[in-house]
Design a protein around this ligand. Structure first.
Ligand SMILES: *[C@@H]1O[C@H](CO)[C@@H](O)[C@H](O)[C@H]1NC(C)=O
Ligand SMILES: *[C@@H]1O[C@H](CO)[C@@H](O)[C@H](O)[C@H]1NC(C)=O
Length: 203
């Protein structure tokens, strides 16, 4: 790269970064061994984005990362259909793809068996008025402490901001990062892209 091009590139980057960092509706960041995150501006309404994120039975129709999300009680028994949305202190069983499947997906897109993982989560925060949701991997915290926050907010330009972030801590976090760090980041990005496809109709 010629020095002038590089300078221009650096200028563009430094101009872009504060713009991205300007508005966030995620809670303040906590330190971790590693973190993955994604955000995207969507030309949609806050309600439409919130509904897409909380309608678990519809996840298989659009989500290339979380292929199935089932709310259960503490014994692992699925809750009735009218409770298949995030409910604090109930459990969530995910079947995920790490890395995510290529877009687009629908309910009949087969899993890549080699990339399939299951996780049991506790729904920790459901805050519709704040536009925030969180669930946390159920594990002894010393082993793996990881809470995924999702936030929706309205931007001044009339668009809606989707943000998601998960910070990983605990003695197993380093191993998880080695095995899945890149795949998880790809999966977070893919879910953001999939929301754009779902709510705007194209990428
Ligand atoms: C946003 O969506 C509306 C219709 O839903 C459309 O009229 C408008 O052009 C879109 N704006 C952008 C910036 O894509
Ligand atoms: C699950 O989350 C709720 C709500 O934040 C919390 O009160 C509860 O202690 C959590 N349960 C477990 C087993 O972590």
């Amino acid at each position: 790269m010629a020095p002038s091009t590089r300078t221009l590139f650096a200028l563009l980057l430094s101009a872009a970064v504060p713009a991205l960092a300007q508005q966030t509706n995620l809670p303040p960041i906590t330190d971790g061994v590693f973190a993955v995150s994604a955000s995207i501006e969507l030309n949609t309404t806050r309600d439409a984005l919130w509904n897409a994120l909380t309608d678990f039975p519809k996840y298989p129709e659009w989500n290339p990362f979380v292929r199935s999300a089932v709310m259960t009680n503490k014994l692992g028994i699925p809750l009735p259909a009218d409770q298949q949305h995030p409910i604090e202190n109930e459990r969530l069983i995910f079947r995920v793809q790490i890395p995510a499947l290529p877009l687009p997906v629908d309910a009949s897109t087969p899993d890549n068996i080699l990339h399939t993982q299951f996780s049991l989560e506790n729904v920790t925060h459901v805050q519709p008025e704040l536009g925030r949701l969180a669930w946390k991997y159920l594990s002894p915290e010393f082993l793996l402490d990881s809470e995924r926050w999702t936030a929706v907010s309205e931007l001044e330009n009339g668009k809606v901001l989707y943000e998601s972030r998960e910070v990983y801590n605990g003695v197993a976090a380093g191993l998880l990062q080695d095995l899945y760090g890149n795949g998880l980041q790809e999966s977070f990005d893919a879910q953001a892209q999939a929301l754009k496809l779902l709510l705007e109709g194209s990428l």
